[in-house]
Ligand binder design. Structure first.
Ligand SMILES: O=C(O)C(=O)[C@@H](O)CO
Ligand SMILES: [Mg+2]
Length: 257
């Protein structure tokens, strides 16, 4: 199996270029992040070039985090901000060669949130397509993000089908899907044509994948058997020194599954 280090959580105690270098030393095949915007794109690109790693994905800015925002694209009345965040993400991704952008929906429960999200995701797909960038949408679980607009893979699938853009895919985060729906093997199989990226962490503590209620031996075997060969995103909270949490990488070392 190939693995991508999510630098939103792994080595997030250091500047992004240093985290990229640490991921390379640890043996990751790729990296991904959450919100890289405080770091000049040139410095991130230099670290990617130096290590030969690709930054697989980044997120649109969340909005006013201090006021509780966790994304903007499903929030009625904030279209201009949502689209500015999408434009910013596309510009940054283009500058560093990132192929995927996760467009964050935000907290919204009004009737018109669905149409707002459809409109903004349609905009994102159209803007991203000329750059060869795929837009990802990700259901988040109701415990960590109560009130988040997008919570299930069925909801995401309906949105993907309604938008109908070839560059719109599902971010399948095993951690969130397990908490909301379970049935991971079956869902990966059924949803495979729609999946743009897979992430993982233990459940329920969102730690390294070597404990908890998900048997990743099985989940990774299923993904591999179905022909999914892109790097799987390690998006877990190390709860200390990241380098001390990587024993799982030896369990599922390259080509062992
Ligand atoms: O929380 C997650 O899971 C993510 O993938 C983030 O990028 C979104 O908050
Ligand atoms: Mg995730």
């Amino acid at each position: 199996m190939k693995f991508s280090a999510n630098l939103g959580f792994l080595w997030n105690d250091r500047p992004l270029p240093e985290a990229i270098r640490a991921a390379k030393v640890a043996g990751f095949d790729a990296v991904e992040c959450h919100w890289p915007y405080d770091e000049p794109a040139e410095a991130v690109k230099a670290a990617l070039d130096e290590t030969g790693l690709t930054m697989l994905g980044l997120n649109t800015r969340r909005g006013d985090v201090g006021a509780g925002d966790n994304g903007l694209s499903a929030i009625p009345g904030r279209k201009a901000e949502a689209r500015a965040a999408i434009d910013e993400a596309i510009a940054y991704a283009t500058a560093i060669g990132t192929p995927n952008i996760h467009v964050m929906a935000g907290f919204a429960d009004r009737d018109d949130a669905h149409q707002t999200f459809l409109d903004n995701v349609t905009y994102a797909c159209a803007q991203a397509a000329p750059h060869g960038i795929t837009i990802l949408i990700e259901p988040l679980n109701r415990y960590d993000a109560p009130g988040y607009f997008l919570t299930t893979t069925d909801q995401a699938l309906a949105i993907i089908e309604a938008v109908g853009a070839p560059n719109l895919k599902l971010m399948f985060d095993c951690y969130h899907v397990q908490l909301m729906e379970g049935d991971l093997s079956h869902r990966i199989e059924v949803l495979l044509p729609y999946i743009g990226h897979i992430q993982f962490a233990s459940v329920p503590d969102r730690g390294a994948p070597d404990h908890g209620e998900i048997n990743y031996d099985h989940v990774f075997e299923v993904a591999g058997r179905l022909g999914y060969d892109a790097p799987l995103g390690a998006e877990y909270k190390p709860g200390g020194n990241t380098d001390d949490t990587l024993a799982w990488m030896n369990i599922w070392a390259r080509d062992s599954v």
